[in-house]
Ligand binder design. Structure first.
Ligand code: MG
Length: 241
């Protein structure tokens, strides 16, 4: 999982200079797939539940699960959430990052920053002996303190031999609830935070999740290893919103 997760992290670092106005989301997907395969690994989203591409690429009001398309061309001022999974020798890594496309307005900047901070607040609580919802509550508290909506329908997850394993890791909850976190457990923690309402809808393509009010949504995710102290961030990279 350290190797698969490092490949995920390196893929995001490759994308940082690639994502700019005029690029199609299918071009991003192609770059992701090529890079992952160049490492002898497999893009784990491809074919998972029937998903047709290697990366989920979601623009602005799209929360997650956007399908890459040659018709979707990034424009200055948008932001784009890219979610990538990698399988290497039977083990998975999973992460997401919302990138600005050129210059982004201050409201979107703030949403990106607070969503990233919410992930970091969650990670601070992700240690052996704490309860799962200590993580959830830390994410929710930080996001809602800024007036944002925390998506309920989609959650983080355990990860290992399967991309999605138990337990579910909600981005909302009550401190002191849920299973006690054990050293050695691997989780994908992934706040999806909306500028407006927490409500979401699925588009007619059956995949793309959008905010009900069509306001923007940001998404950051890391795969981590629970330890007695701070977690090991397996998908650690140098990008920041
Ligand atoms: Mg995930």
């Amino acid at each position: 999982m350290r190797i698969s997760s490092r490949i995920v992290a390196e893929t995001f670092e490759e994308l940082a200079d690639f994502i700019r106005p005029g690029i199609s989301t299918i071009a991003i997907d192609a770059k992701v797939e090529k890079f992952i395969r160049s490492k002898g690994a497999y893009p784990a989203f491809k074919g998972l539940y029937g998903f047709p591409a290697s990366a989920c690429i979601s623009i602005d009001e799209e929360v997650v699960h956007g399908i890459p398309s040659k018709k979707r061309i990034l424009a200055e001022g948008q932001f784009v959430s890219v979610d990538i999974g990698v399988r290497y020798k039977g083990y998975h890594g999973d992460a997401a990052f919302t990138f600005p496309v050129g210059a982004v307005d201050p409201l979107k900047r703030q949403l990106m920053k607070v969503t990233w901070e919410s992930l970091m607040k969650g990670l601070e609580k992700a240690r052996a002996g704490n309860r799962l919802q200590d993580v959830s509550a830390a994410i929710q508290t930080h996001a809602e303190a800024h007036g944002y909506g925390v998506v309920r329908e989609l959650v983080g997850h355990g990860i290992g031999k399967e991309l999605h394993e138990d337990p579910q890791v909600p981005n909302y909850g009550q401190p002191g609830r849920g299973p006690v976190l054990q050293e050695g457990v691997t989780l994908a923690i992934e706040p999806m935070i909306n500028m407006g309402t927490p409500q979401v809808q699925t588009l007619p393509d059956g995949w793309t999740i959008v905010t009900a009010d069509r306001k923007p949504s940001a998404h950051y995710e890391h795969t981590i290893l629970i330890r007695s102290g701070e977690p090991e961030i397996l998908t650690k990279h140098h990008l920041r919103p």
